[in-house]
Design a protein around this ligand. Sequence first.
Ligand code: CU
Length: 483
Amino acid sequence: MFRHRLALCLFPLLLLLSCAKESQDLPDWTSSESASVEPQGEETAILTHAPEVPPPIQRSHPSHVRVDLEVREEVGLLADGVEYTFWTFGGTVPGPFIRVRQHDVVEFHLSNHPDNKMPHNIDLHAVTGPGGGATSSFAAPGKSAQFSFTALNPGLFVYHCATAPVGMHIANGMYGLILVEPPQGLPPVDREYYVMQSEFYTAGAFGESGLQPFDMAKALSENPDYVVFNGSVGALAEDRALQARTGERVRLFVGNGGPNLVSSFHVIGEIFDIVHSEGGTYPNQRDVQTTLIPAGGSATVEFKVDVPGTFLLVDHSIFRAFNKGALGMLKVEGDEDEAIYSGLQAEGVYLSEGSAIQHISEEENSESAAPRTLSKAQRIEEGKRLYTQNCAACHQLDGKGIPGAFPPLAGSDYLLEDPTRGIHAILEGLEGPLTVNGQLYNSVMPAMQLNDEEVASVLTYVLNSWGNEGGEVSPQQVAGIRK
Ligand code: CU
C-alpha cells in the first residue's frame, strides 16, 4: 500500500521531469513579453543575400529598425545559358533575409529603381495591417514609399510583391523571408542558412538557351519549366553548396515563394530533429523526413550532421528535383563515424547523368530577335502576350488604366489621334502632365526595352483591342522613329 502511494506521488514528479526534458529538447519560441514594451533606440537592419542569414539579435529590448530595400529588374541566369529578366528585391532572387525582434517597430522604405519598367510594392506576412503593407509601399519606377509596422508575432514569414498582376510579379522573382525573433532569441546552433524554393514559367522548355520570357499560360496551368532553390538551377550546388562540419547543428530557414507549388522539402541522408512547420514558433514535430511548405509559407528545420558527405536538398516531388532544378547540396566535412554509417560518402547514384544539376540540355531552339514577317492576326496575338508582360500592370488588362495614376489605352483620344505617339512613348518613355479624355495625368512611363517587332506587335494589339478602331503598326515605322 505504501509502495503504491509512493508510486502515485512519484508519478507526477516524473511526468514533470520528463516534460522539462522535453521542453529542453524542443524549446518553444513563443514569448510572454508584453506588446506594450516601449522600443528603445534606432538601428538599420542587416540584410543578407541567400544562403546567408543575418546574425542573431542580441538586444534585450525592442527597437526602431529601419529597412531599406530597392526593387531592381535585371537580366540574370536561370540556368546555364538560360537568361531571364528577374524582378528582384535588392538585386537577387530570393530577396534579402530580414531579421528583427518581436515588438520592434519596423520602418520600411521601398524604392523602385528608375530604370525599372514596372510599379512594385511589398506585402510582408509579418505585418499586422491591410495588405501587409502593400498599398502603402506601392512605388512607380524612380519613386519610393514607406510605412511602418510593429512586429507583433514572432515567426518566419514570407514577403512578396503584391502589384497586379500579382502572380506575374511573384513568378518573376519577387519574394524573400523575414524572421521575427522572440525576445529570448532562438536556441543557438552552429550554422544557419536561408533557402527559398520557387518556380519559373518560361516560353522555352527546361534548358532551352537564350533570354526566356515569362509564359502566362504555363503559369495559369501551374506547369513550371523550372523549380529551383535560391533563384536558379545550381544556386546551391558544387562550389556554392551549403557547408557544415560533422558534429554541428544546422538550422535551415526554408521559404516557398511559389507562386503555385507546395514543396515537399527533404534532405537526402538526413532526418530533421526538429521542425517548426509553417514558419510557426512552436516546435511541433521531431524526427521528420519530409516537411510540407505551402506556397507563401515557410518552415524551420534543424538537424545535427553526424557523418561527412554530400547531402542533397530536394523537393521530393521528385521530377522537380532531378528534371526541373529543385536540387541543392549540403557538403559536410569531418571525421567519419562508422558506428553511424559505414559505406561510400559520395552521392553518386543521385547525381548520375540526367540530373538537373549536372546536365542542362543545350538543345538550340532560341528564336532570335531578327525581323520576322507576321500576319496582322499573329502580330495581335504576340502583342497581347507582350502587353500582359510589359504594360498591363499600369494600363491594366482591360486597357482602362488606373484613374489618377495611369492613363487608359482603351478609347484614348491621345493615342488614337496619332498612333505614332505610342511608338514614341514606348521607345523614349513619357512623363509630365498629359491630358487623356479630359483627365489630367502626371506620372512616369519608362522607356521599354522592346525591339521594333515587339513595339509594332504591342501597339497593333492595343489598336485592335477594347473597342479601339483598329489599324496596324509595322516594324519599319518603329525603326523610322527609333532613328
Ligand atoms: Cu512587383
